[in-house]
Design a protein around this ligand. Sequence first.
Ligand code: FAD
Length: 433
Amino acid sequence: MALTSTPTDLPNSVWAATAPAPIDTQPLAGDVTADVVVVGAGYTGLSTALHLAPDVDTVVLEASEIGFGASGRNNGLAIPTLAKADPEEILRTFGPEKGEATIALIRDSANLVFNLIREHDMEKAGEQNGWIQPAHSPGRMKLVERRLQEWTSRGAKADLLSREALRDLIGSDAWHGGWIAHEGGTVHPMAYARGLAKAAVGKGARIHTRSPATALERVPEGWRIRTPDGSVTAERVVLATNAYSDDLWPRLRRTFVPVKTWQMATKPLSDNVRKSILPGRHALSDTRGDLQFARYDWEGRLVSGASLIFDINSEERLKSMVGARLQRNFPQIGEVEWDYVWSGFLAMTPDFLPRLHVLAPGVFSWLGCNGRGVALATAMGPVLAELARGGAPENAPLPIMEPREMPLHGLVTRFARSDLWRRRRLDAVEFGG
Ligand SMILES: Cc1cc2nc3c(=O)[nH]c(=O)nc-3n(C[C@H](O)[C@H](O)[C@H](O)COP(=O)(O)OP(=O)(O)OC[C@H]3O[C@@H](n4cnc5c(N)ncnc54)[C@H](O)[C@@H]3O)c2cc1C
């Protein structure tokens, strides 16, 4: 699957329709040199470029437009945790030293997002008013209590929410309680991507859109990356292509499964309804394997979504399925009407943990957000920037892993979405149904 070999337009998303205009960028024309070349202008590539500037001369190449990939399509929940692994599991897998460093990176990741938004005065880009994770079953409430303990004992600012406290905060009785991570929040995904790009360019980075990197070769000066109308020669390379990785580094895209997920935005809700559903405009995503989530955009649309196993008649099925879920969770919403439906790909790894790679001397990459990349991809920017400055890989907070190609990758990718059946069954069993 060549996801980016043909640059395409932005999807018809609420984010593309309502973001402040992007900075002016042009395709790369001619042969240039730089210290570092970054491939991909999503949060990873842009945060890397921003953290390299102004002292490291950096060129960013983007196949399509800024935020074309997951960064311009996501739900915008800035969450300072991983989707599955909690601190104790991270410690077991990464070991005590790297485990603690990774936990600290994740714990501080949403703060980094909102600090960047404030520091660079990014227009309409984010609100740090907390992420709420409600528990959909008594069993998951136990998980929430353990999760809260593991994160707060390591310095996260978070609180348990009783069923009553949760009801007051979100306007729903559909969940059993939950927790709130106060440092989380919501971003306008495209405004944030464009804000990062503007900040990086303001500090001296060069960004070329409509410039797919088509070949990467070793040269005496380091590496040369070719685009249709030019090339960049640089000592070091950061591949920030994540779920949208193509054949530029063929092994990379066989280390994860790109999973399609859908997003959709209602028509703006009335003032009255908005006063009773998520009145504090919190970010919300629950404990289900088949995740239920919602947040507002700036115009009062509720932005939610879902996954599907088959792409048949997708939009109509999504509208009725997600509409029914919203009505179940928030009966006061009334009839649900939709303004936008779009989709994107996220990168899933077999153990749901992120991967940091040194692919060759001077070539770095990370991937595997597993659905938690708004804050994490931003936080990987400084990590990749330090490597691209020549920092020792052993000092990185995450362990450097060999890129492990998945056996039967094509087959696994084709059937990845059927795992939704298993997750739905587990969700129902845990609910006691
Ligand atoms: C529908 C959806 C909802 C999500 N919701 C959330 C959420 O609410 N919270 C959360 O934390 N995470 C969420 N995520 C995950 C999050 O959006 C991603 O983890 C994050 O945006 C990844 O950023 P990135 O910069 O690493 O990759 P991307 O934003 O995907 O950027 C990769 C870029 O590389 C470019 N590229 C690829 N190949 C080439 C090439 N050869 N040459 C030049 N450019 C190339 C692509 O065009 C693309 O723009 C969601 C993801 C999706 C798809």
